[in-house]
Each structure stands twice: as C-alpha cells, then as structure tokens.
Design a protein around this ligand. Sequence first.
Ligand code: UDP
Ligand code: MG
Length: 318
Amino acid sequence: MPDQISNKISSKISIIVPCYNEQESIPYFYKEICNIFKQMPDVVLETIFVDDGSKDHTLEIIKEISDRDNRFKYISFSRNFGKEAALYAGLSESTGDFIGVMDVDLQDPPGLIKDMYIALKTGEYDCVATRRVDRKNEPPIRSFFARIFYKLINKISNTNIVDGARDFRLMTRQMVDAILSVSEYNRFSKGIFSWVGFKTKWIEFENQDRIAGKTKWSFWKLFLYSIDGIVAFSTVPLAISSIFGILFCLISFILILFIIIKTLVFGDPVSGWPSTACIIFLVGGLQLFCTGILGQYLSKTYLETKKRPIYIIKSKSK
Ligand code: UDP
Ligand code: MG
C-alpha cells in the first residue's frame, strides 16, 4: 500500500481541525495553511473544521471560509462533545490518502506538515507524530502532574503513551481506518494512536504559544482526562483492592495471634479504643477507595453498553 501511494503523481491530504470557541484563531490558521499548501503543488488539500458546539462565531467563520474556498469543509455538532469526539468525526469524514490532525490555535506548527508528508511518501512509516521537547510557559504544577501521569500510565499499561506527544500528526489511510475501527465511546486518542500499532516517526519541536484565544483545559479537566486515560488503557488499579485485601488479611491474622497471646498472659484490661477507632477509619477509607476504583470501571462499562453515538452532527458543508 505505501508503494502504491508513493507512485501516485498527486496525493490528497485531509487535515482535521477541531474547533471550540476559536473565532480569533481561525483566520490566522486559514492563512497559514494556505501558505503551506502553496508550497506543496503536488498535493490536493482537504481541510475539515469540526465545530464542537461553539458558542461564539466559530461556525459562521468556518462556513464563510468553506463557501469561498472549496478545499475547506466543515462539520458542526449539535452541542459540545469534546475534542476526542471532534477528532473521530473528522477522521470519519476524511477522504484523503494521508490524514493529519492539528489544533487550530497554531500551537502545532503547520510548516511541519511538509516534513511529515515527505517522510510518509518514502513508504517507510505509517505515521509521523510530534512531541514537545519542553513545557515552556506551562504552569509548573501542571508539568509536575503531567510527568507523574506519564510515568504512572506507562508503568501500569501495555500501551506506550509518549510523554509530551501532541495529537498533531499525519497518518496513512490504512492507519486511520484502524483508528476508526476502534469505536469506543470513552476515547483517549493518545492511547488509541499507540494501541493500533503501525510504524511511527517522531518529530520534536519546542512548545508554541497560542496565537489567540484561551486554552479549553483547566487543571481539573486535565485531571479527569488523565483518569479516563488510565481507566481506558489499564486494569491494574482493579488489582489494587485485591492487594490491599491480602495485605490486610495478613496483618489482621498476625494481630489476632498477638491479642490472643497477650490476653492469655496479661488478662484483658479494657483499653485501646483509640487505636481501634483508627483502624476502623483506615480500613473504612481503604474500602471506599477500592469501591471508588471499581465504580470508575463500572461507570465506563455502563456508558459503553449504552452504545450512544460518539457525536451528533447538526450541519455540514456540501
Ligand atoms: N477543542 C475542541 N473541543 C473541546 C475543547 C477543545 O474541539 O471541548 C479543540 C480546540 O478548539 C483546539 C484543540 O481542541 O483546536 C486543543 O484545545 P486547546 O488548545 O484548548 O488545548 P491545549 O493546546 O491547551 O492542550
Ligand atoms: Mg492548544
């Protein structure tokens, strides 16, 4: 398949761009993409803006662009379904031989698309992905927790999730079809990109600031997203309750022996209720913690079994 593509005279590249309240960034993005593709005359461009239920003028702007430039299409959701759903929708609608994913805020340098395309054309790779080498201008506390998250998930999951990896990448049609076949409702794309396999080349770049607008990710949202990632790609937390259970059985067995012997030797004075209360708190807390972990997996399973659509389209370009 890669050989077939590399022998073609012109290739079609689809670029998927999720947009949520991005009215300020879109005009800059449009200009940049047009510039880049001017330098790639052998490529047919298809850009798909996915309006993820924006509340500002995002939809009007992408409609207007798509009316005057037929290389730009759009899909608009009936409400905000989240970036993961927007990516899935864009990939489903794409028709290119190579499919790219990038943010609209120009934090993903569009100039790299050319390098990615050249690397894919050799047929040696199925995907060219990007990694930030630094976390410049990010709050230190966020970087700290991000590092812990990547260390943890890579220890407890068989899927390798690269620290600093962006969603910004260019993939072959074959790889995108594989990603689309993973149609789970709780989507953690960073994991899915890695889970489907294929050969990936990594390009590194320095963190860029947003061209306009604000990030949509608060610390709390990122925290919940990281829990989603762990639940989606590891079942190790489920084993935690069993480990605690075994440990506590062992401790209580030793304690029971100790108490029996102590009572036989020294009698049974009524004392020690504070330590008893502490133990009840500890065990109670641990039980709730473990039930909470079970609850996380159960809630995800519950949502998957409902088989709700990942997104709902309200309107799209012709
Ligand atoms: N985005 C989206 N839906 C959301 C949140 C974000 O489509 O619910 C889009 C957003 O418009 C942007 C991309 O996802 O193009 C990345 O979001 P953002 O730049 O806020 O994330 P960051 O780069 O700060 O991680
Ligand atoms: Mg961004």
